[in-house]
Design a binder for this molecule. Structure first.
Ligand code: FA5
Length: 340
């Protein structure tokens, strides 16, 4: 019937996995001769079935075992051949490659994150693509409000479920509601992230820039808490003792709103004297507007909070004495290397 010896001789001649597959198809596959022999037993008498069935089972077991052991050996051979071909010659000289470093802006942002963490803030980044609702309406800016034009918005083609085009967030304040809803109260969080505005670039304005948004919501927070915290935070961020002053400022998502200016001691090498710098406008801020708390489901009679938004490039420019913020992102290696 089946000559096991001859089958094994045939198997011994198999030299690779492709030939082994052919062997499998010939004997053990769906239309293989051993499989077909089993199928052909249907027409036999019960006695014949029993004796032939036992014989065939023995044949199948032996052929399968021989096939499997050949398969193991050939697979190992193939893996070893691949490993030998892949050998890396570690004695070869490598091409010269320069060590990279973080950009100045990334360093200032990472430093700001560490400082905020040490002051107990949660860090969140959020998404750069947001709905118009998140960017404007959730922070008390109706879509018809001129403030939507204050931020020259970059629109995307894709639409959100309400049929409005998605946009690139124009400020990190778009995260205020998300943060309250995600983390609950009391909340103390910062968002050190990228924002986009379609505006003319100059020494103080870029199209993509980083803001550091902060929001604190709890019971009984007042402007006095806010001013104290801002002075501590700004001194830490600028690595010098900072004095602040608050002027009225308008942002629809805060009431009252403030522009915060800072000044600090500088050393004048010409006179050898220390003197106070001019007041520098650093950030927008204010007490979180009751409407913003309402959208987040917070009772504004029970809770209050403050929020602020600082331009990180402005921080970096002050810290390192850089006159034009476009240096941070224009890829000029001479600039990058001088701070590496
Ligand atoms: C805002 O974006 C408010 N969301 C800030 C805020 C947060 C107010 C929370 C109240 C409460 P403003 O548009 O002024 O405000 O931007 C804040 C800071 O981002 C500015 O002070 C400036 O440092 C920086 N900034 C604004 N536009 C640019 C730009 N085009 N390039 C670089 N930095 C910019």
């Amino acid at each position: 019937m089946f000559d096991i010896k001859a089958i094994k001789v045939e198997l011994a001649k198999v030299a690779n996995l492709e030939q082994l597959d052919l062997f499998f198809q010939t004997y053990l596959g769906k239309s293989g001769s051993i499989t077909l022999a089993f199928k052909a037993m249907g027409s036999l008498s019960p006695e014949e079935k029993k004796s032939l069935g036992q014989e065939l089972t023995q044949v199948k077991t032996q052929v399968t075992e021989a096939y499997e052991s050949t398969q193991r050996a050939l697979s190992a051979d193939q893996i070893n051949a691949q490993l030998n071909a892949d050998i890396v010659d570690s004695s070869l000289e490598t091409a010269d490659s320069e060590q990279g470093s973080y950009s100045l802006l990334a360093n200032v942002r990472r430093d700001a994150e560490e400082i905020c963490k040490s002051l107990g803030f949660i860090i969140e980044y959020g998404t750069e693509v947001v709905t118009k609702f998140e960017n404007f309406e959730s922070v008390n800016i109706p879509l018809t409000h001129p403030a939507t034009e204050m931020h020259d918005t970059i629109y995307l083609q894709d639409k959100d479920p309400s049929g409005e085009n998605f946009i690139l967030r124009t400020h990190t304040s778009s995260m205020q509601n998300y943060l309250i809803q995600k983390h609950g109260l009391p909340l103390k969080a910062v968002v050190p992230s990228r924002v986009y505005r379609y505006e003319n670039m100059d020494a103080h304005h870029d199209v993509m820039f980083y803001q550091l948004e902060g929001i604190v919501v709890d019971k009984g927070l007042s402007v006095a808490h806010f001013k104290d915290m801002m002075e501590k935070l700004l001194s830490a961020l600028l690595h010098k003792k900072v004095e602040t002053r608050m002027r009225p400022g308008y942002f629809p998502f805060v009431e009252p709103g403030f522009e915060i200016d800072a000044r600090y001691e500088i050393y004048d090498p010409a006179t050898g004297k220390k003197e106070l710098s001019k007041w520098i406008e650093l950030l927008g801020a204010g007490m979180v507007h009751p409407n913003v708390l309402k959208v987040a489901g917070v009772d504004s009679d029970e809770r209050s909070g403050f929020a602020f938004g600082i331009g990180i490039s402005r921080l970096a420019a002050i810290r390192y004495g850089i006159k034009d913020i476009r240096y941070f992102t224009n890829g000029d290696l001479r600039f990058a290397k001088s701070f590496a």
